[in-house]
Design a protein around this ligand. Structure first.
Ligand code: GLN
Length: 316
């Protein structure tokens, strides 16, 4: 592609093929608005547009988007040297920002999300791994330090929890189960990218239904736990772009816990550890369900914000 402003913006003189290429996108209005602006001006405009769209973390998100499209150059380098800000990069930024302004989660726009020490592939087929869920990883790692253990992650989604655990414990192996084959495809890609595929298997199935003859030392889960009636009130990022299968916990938000706990005595080895994520107000209910399923030493663990976030128990 050639044009007089290929690599030394501003971009108001695009002609011929370059102009046609620039115009050929859903994000054309945004591309057009930024034609002729330098990077600091584009940055200010993007922050304003994100705020207007109801996105609170507009400045940090703008920084993430800029960092993404400028790579391998850094934002500081690009601010110091306008030649690094090609019109192709501005067009790319407009494409990503266009999606984000429709409230697609930033993780899905960028295609990845940091979790624990990993950088995980994220699509609309999986729940975006959340910082809260690191409490579950931390709880399991604190409870189990030694041994070559078998881990099961029920409703594995992106594979986040299983892969974070395996990344910290070279002797552990694991199985991730999900009802969604599309989610499992993402989990497998993540296992490969994290170089953990040799110790992680992924199986399609409903909770432990397909695991009749297997048992595990550790069973973890971040199941759907949002009360169905609350789903419509969620942020647009979650409600409109994340899979309801990973979020909707049924009429009282507890259906998945009941289904999972019913199978635990069969698949959790004696002395084995069960740990699951919960909603901030579900500690008492999930503890009752876990104790009712025969688990011992059941207790709640709070997250870094002090909210109840994890329930653990042991097969006695
Ligand atoms: N914590 C998630 C949310 O509020 C819910 C995750 C889940 O249902 N497992 O979006």
């Amino acid at each position: 592609m050639t044009g007089p402003s290929d690599s030394n913006g501003p971009f108001d003189k695009l002609v011929g093929d370059a102009r046609a290429e620039f115009d050929r996108a859903d994000s054309k209005p945004l591309r057009e608005a930024w034609l002729g602006l330098d990077l600091p001006a584009i940055r200010i405009d993007l922050v304003k547009r994100l705020l207007d769209a109801g996105i609170e973390e507009a400045e940090i998100e703008t920084r993430h988007l800029l960092t993404h499209i400028l790579a391998p150059a850094s934002l500081a380098e690009a601010l110091a040297d306008p030649a690094l800000v090609s019109w192709q990069r501005v067009a790319h930024l407009a494409d990503l920002a266009w999606e984000r302004l429709k409230r697609k989660p930033l993780s899905q726009v960028l295609g990845s999300q940091p979790f624990w020490t990993l950088d995980l592939i994220v699509t609309g087929d999986v729940l975006t791994p959340r910082a809260d869920t690191e409490t579950l990883v931390d709880t399991v790692l604190n409870a189990r330090k030694d041994g070559a253990l078998d881990v099961l992650d029920l409703g594995t989604g992106s594979g986040a929890i299983l892969l974070a655990l395996l990344s910290e414990r070279p002797d552990w192996r694991g199985v991730g189960v999900d009802l969604s084959s599309a989610a499992l495809a993402v989990a497998r890609r993540n296992a490969e990218a994290c170089q953990l595929a040799g110790r992680a298997r992924f199986l399609e199935g409903r909770w432990a239904d397909g695991l009749a003859d297997q048992s595990f030392d550790i069973i973890v889960s971040n199941p759907p736990y949002i009360v169905s009636d609350v789903m419509t009130g969620l942020d647009p990022e979650v409600r409109d772009f994340e899979p309801a299968l990973a979020l909707d916990g049924g009429a009282d938000g507890l259906e998945a816990y009941r289904a999972i706990l019913a199978d635990l005595p069969r698949i959790l080895r004696p002395g084995g550890l069960f740990a699951c994520e919960i909603g901030y107000d579900q500690g008492a209910s999930v503890c009752d369900l876990a104790a009712g399923a025969g688990l011992a030493g059941v207790r709640v663990v709070a997250d870094l914000a002090g909210q109840d976030r994890v329930v653990i128990g042991y097969n006695s």
